[in-house]
Design a protein around this ligand. Structure first.
Ligand code: CS2
Ligand code: MN
Length: 346
C-alpha cells in the first residue's frame, strides 16, 4: 500500500515540509484548486504541482478530486460539453503519470456536518452531524457552505440549482451516473487511470436531494455499470460507517478481494443516533468502525493501492481546515503504519 497524506496545495497551512516529518509517508493526495469546476485541468499545471510534490521527496499518488459538474449529475443538455472536458483532464493526469482519481457524485453538497468543532471529553474538537439540526436548516434562506467544498454557492445560484434538482429522482441520478461512466471509463482505461468513486457523506439523503452511493447494494450496482478496474471505489470508512448496516470489515474484504478498491480512506466515527454521529480519532477503540479489522482485510488481499488517514480531530490547539489539521491525521497515519508493520511481521 502507498501510505499518503492529503495536501490542499500551496495555500494549505499544512506544508509539504511538515508532512515530510511524518515518518513513512510516501505519497501526496492533492488537486488543482485554482481550476473552476468543470474546466479541463491543463497538463502544464498538473506537471508543475507534481514537480513541487516530487521536490519534497514524495510521489503524487492520487488526485482528490476532480469535481463533477452539476450539469452532468443533472443530466441536462450541457453535460456532453463538461464530460468532454472531464475526459481531457483524465488524459492529462494519465500523461503526467498520476494513477488514481477520486471523485464523488453527490448533488450540490459534498460532505455535510452540523458542527465543525464539537468538543470531545478530552477537549479536542471534531466534526459532527446531527440530523435534527440539519433538518431544521432552510438552505434556501442564505449561504450554506463548509470548508473543503469545491463550491460555495451564493443564495440565488443555490436556489436555481435546488430547483433544477427538485424533479430529479434517485433513479434519474443513477441514469446520469451511468451516462457519465460509459463515457469516462474508456478514457481512464486508455490513460492508465483508475477512478474511485467516493461514497456519499453522510450516506443518506440530505435537504431532500437524492444520494445514491450509500450502501453495499449501491456499491454493487455501481461496479456493475462498467465492469472494469478503472471503474472502482474509494472506500471511505467514515462516510459509510454512520449507517450501521454498512459492515466495513466485510465490505473491505469483498471489494478488495475483487480488486475494486483503488483508494482507502481511514476515518472513524461514533454513532449517536440513527442518523447522527461525530468523528473520532482513528483507532478502533475510539469509534464504531473496526479499523483494525478493515486494515487486516486490505492486508489479506495484498492491497497495493493508495491509503490515507481521513478527517482528524483538532488537537493541541491547532487551527486550520476542519478535519484536515496536521497533528491528528499524523497520529492516524502512524496508527495505520504501525498496524501494517505488525501485519507484515505476522
Ligand atoms: C472528504 C471529501 O471524506 C473525504 O475525504 O473530505 O471532501 C472527499 O474529498 C470528496 O467527497 C471526494 O470527492
Ligand atoms: Mn473520505
Amino acid at each position: 500500500m502507498k501510505l499518503s497524506f492529503r495536501w490542499y496545495g500551496p495555500e494549505d497551512t499544512v506544508s509539504l515540509l511538515h508532512i515530510r516529518q511524518v515518518p513513512v509517508i510516501r505519497g501526496i493526495v492533492s488537486a488543482l484548486y485554482h481550476i473552476p469546476v468543470g474546466e479541463t485541468w491543463p497538463l502544464k499545471d498538473i506537471l508543475a504541482l507534481k514537480a513541487r510534490i516530487e521536490e519534497t521527496g514524495f510521489e503524487w499518488t492520487a488526485i482528490e478530486s476532480i469535481p463533477v459538474h452539476e450539469d452532468i449529475k443533472l443530466g441536462n443538455a450541457r453535460r456532453d460539453l463538461w464530460i468532454d472536458k472531464y475526459c481531457d483532464s483524465i488524459r492529462n493526469m494519465g500523461k503526467a503519470g498520476i494513477p488514481v482519481l477520486c471523485y464523488n457524485f453527490m448533488p450540490v453538497f459534498d460532505w455535510t456536518r452540523s458542527t465543525l468543532d464539537m468538543k470531545l471529553p478530552d477537549e479536542s474538537t471534531c466534526l459532527a452531524y446531527d440530523h435534527d439540526m440539519i433538518s431544521r436548516v432552510d438552505i434556501k434562506k442564505g449561504t450554506f457552505s463548509l470548508p473543503g467544498w469545491a463550491t460555495a454557492y451564493e443564495k440565488d445560484a443555490l436556489i436555481r440549482l435546488l430547483d433544477a434538482y427538485s424533479e430529479l429522482t434517485e433513479e434519474d441520478l443513477w441514469q446520469n451516473l451511468g451516462y457519465f461512466l460509459k463515457r469516462v471509463i474508456p478514457v481512464a482505461e486508455e490513460s492508465g487511470v483508475r477512478m474511485g468513486i467516493h461514497p456519499d457523506d453522510p450516506p443518506w439523503s440530505i435537504f431532500g436531494l437524492p444520494r445514491i452511493i450509500c450502501r453495499e447494494a449501491d456499491l454493487d450496482r455501481f461496479l456493475n455499470i462498467v465492469n472494469s478496474p478503472s471503474n472502482s471505489l474509494t472506500l471511505c470508512t467514515g462516510s459509510l460507517g454512520p449507517d450501521e448496516q454498512n459492515d466495513m470489515v466485510r465490505m473491505t474484504d469483498k471489494y478488495a478481494g475483487k480488486n475494486r478498491i483503488v483508494f482507502a480512506h481511514i476515518r472513524n466515527i461514533k454513532r449517536t443516533g440513527p442518523f447522527s454521529f461525530h468523528e473520532t480519532a482513528h483507532p478502533t477503540a475510539c469509534g464504531d468502525v473496526n479499523i483494525l479489522g478493515v486494515l487486516k482485510m486490505y492486508h489479506k488481499h495484498n492491497f497495493t493501492g493508495v491509503i490515507r488517514p481521513d478527517h482528524g480531530r483538532m488537537i493541541w490547539n491547532e487551527t486550520g481546515k476542519p478535519g484536515y489539521g496536521l497533528y491528528d491525521r499524523s497520529l492516524g497515519a502512524m496508527y495505520i503504519a504501525g498496524i501494517w508493520e505488525g501485519l507484515n511481521r505476522d
